[in-house]
Design a protein around this ligand. Sequence first.
Ligand code: SF4
Length: 911
Amino acid sequence: MDVTVPARVEKVPTYCYQCVAGPDLLKVIVRDGIAVGVEPNADVAAEHPACGKVCVRAYGLVQKLYNPARIRTPLRRTNPRKGRREDPGWEPISWNEALDLLAGKLRALRSTGLVDAAGYPRLAATFGSGGIAPAYLGTFAAFLAAWGPVDQGIGSGQGVKCYHSEHLYGEFWHRAFTVAADVPRCDFVLSFGYNGDASGGVTGVWRHAEARVRGLRWVQLEPHLSVTGAGATEWVPIRPKTDPAVLFALLHAVLLEHDWRAVCDVVFLERMTSSPYLVGPAGWYLRDPGSGKPLVWDRDRDRAVPFDDPACVRPALDGEYIAAGVEVGADGVRRSLSERVRPAFQLLLEHVRPYTPEWAAEIADVPAATIRSLAAEYLASATVGATIEIDGVTYPHRPVAVLLGKSVCNGWGGYEACWARTTLAALVGALEVPGGILGTAVRLNRPAQNRLDSVRPGPDGFMDQPLNATTREHWQAAPHIRNAYRTLVPLAGNSAWSAALGPAHLPWLFLEDPPEHWPAPTLPDVWLIYRTNPAISNWETGRIERDLERFPFVAAFAYTQDETNWYADLLLPEATDLESVQLYRVGGTKYIEQYWHHAGWALRQPVAASACDTRDLTDVATELAARVGILDGYLEAVNRGAGSTVPLRGEGWDFALAPGSRPAAAEIWDRVCRAATASLSGGRDVRDLEWFRRNGAYFVPFETRNYFLHGTMVAKGLRYELPYQERIKRMGEELAARLHERGITWWDVQLDEYQPLPGWRDFPGIWRGTAAAHGRSAAEFPFWLLTSRSMQYSWGSNVSLPILADVARNVKGHFGLMLNRGAAERLGIAEGDLVEIESPTGRTRGRAILREGVRPDVAVALQQFGHWATPFARELQMPSLNEVASMDLALTDATGSGADLVPVAIRRLDR
Ligand code: SF4
């Protein structure tokens, strides 16, 4: 008699952090030891802002686990020649051999010296995926911390592909590494290309849907109709890279076509911004000669007084006054004066005067009447004077937000767009208050867990910011890593994130085009890579491959073969999302739109036996540390919290690892679990790894008031440095002086960005100029090639999963090049035709997808493709912007960023 044994089914809690819109919490269904599915984690529905749900990518995790194309065992390259047509000749080896090989290289490097003759670290490490790698790195960060100098600034697209100006300026202005609308309390959103329904993750999509039901008006200005645009109230098809022009015209309309005293939040401008600060003729704040404090004009006493004089209740915002004081310029040069000065706000009024809606209409192809009507609606929706009570605290309620998308807030024009957006918020007091625009995370400032705690008083009544020094005494003249962020980008600061936020494409660019008066470009002796594929995700992929051929030793933690690890010397099979253990912070506020009412920790854990010979990255880090001879330093780094962000010793608890031990990953994470819960509960609760394995996550409440900087700013008496920015002017002039003292002039164009009040430049013309730079005519390239996000494929690591292709086939725009139907017909291109896309520096091809929702001068290729080595992805035949974008200093802004925007020609290849 057959006996049917019932299947043993478990539901294992874990987290997904495949994109920056997470982490999100889920359960993996495991039947008889085999992972068979994914479902929402209903246990955390009360804590998670999207009720424990996950997006489509998380449903691919099971396929990712059992993908037959995975790297299954360590592989050593046997072909010393590197090239796209050179088979690496992979030879399977044991983990012991692989770690011996890598540790031997690293030991040799330590004995030679940690930095090379040019001053650059001999060891480099690149982790991609837009900042999510730390959720998968285990304790590898502790290994790097124990190692010493490591170049973590060789880019894989970060910097040129992110919200770069928003990251740097946003955090400078209002602790906003990324900016989100307070969607649940917002009534009107002006979105310049913000594609949150593709990039905002399950929480973003959830919030937007709820708000649409409530009646939120969302106006989407972008050159093609994205997924987010398709759900908007209105689409305005703006010309690419002209967003600052429309934003400047909105400022003009608000300030000069309305009575600003009646429509703006004057009290906010007076007390919370630099608007009343008097500015001298040389552009520096007029300061009190004794205290050095910036002066404002007291309208009641008719004289200049320090900005923080409590008796001054009515500082002037406009007008012109004769006042005495000092201007303190770059490098501390002082000049006493007694002459005409104006409040910063008056300078703003004059600055935006030329930017009429008619002027912007010419540039941006957006009717002047539309701009005026958007300005009027913005003002009408701002409800200046209204308040709202949250958790017993009364706040201003300003339910309006301007959002910026990728390619708007990075590259040339990014600073101007971010400044105009944030100034528009400040004008109606919609900055960091309910309903308005809010920061999400901090990355350059610390502490990272609650951005309110990162608000520290700085100079002149503004927040402090850890800028890289530009003074003669303290400027870092010699780049300490190859992207030179401390030397070239004051705003990048020097946090653990700064290396990735510098000009991360410069190391690639300089290898072929070394700049003058600069250390010779060198390659790292050993390059470690994980979850990154710069041969696909960076610009000018052909250049990247040429450079990759020269790297002496590359060790890649590899999921499948891909276009970058094709050039590696050693492949180490990755223990994927469902195969390794790590405790990670969740909750609080975090990009993209994660605003929780709880904060805590979640566990990622192995759900089933691996089909591959993988090792947990924590075990790899421990073993490498031992073999390299830095074990005790590594253990101490783990004890300090490197890799986990929680120290293992605290007040009343000590879970620290003993020197000389070789703890397994489970032991390390058990200690982290206990330290994390003890730390969060003030020592009351201590949960171990077993508890997390069963329960998945541990939370404490996180108050809504933590979303808004406003209360902290008021309590600390601080202002936002807007609209006028003396600090930006100062760092620009000092940086120019430092570079010129060394004969460096190749960064001069970038230095122009440091304007206290930024103005319009012909931003699209900067990209059109690439044609002439390569001996071609701009007229040959009449289309703009753009990218756009796909929820299925953003962050790229899912390109080898058929399940996501199946979903993507149901979303318009995948697997081809989107073109305007009328424009295509004029070129004789029909739906499905193979077309060639040519730029001044390259060619790519794809099948035409014809739509009405694309401007006639625009073509759109989703995401980043062009794979030729990655299994399954290489069959998708998606066109790739990166194959035709050129890597060029002229396309690099002062923050070291660029934008996905290429002038191209398009022609039919066959039918
Ligand atoms: S939104 Fe991102 S983190 Fe959340 S489930 Fe999807 S891929 Fe994972």
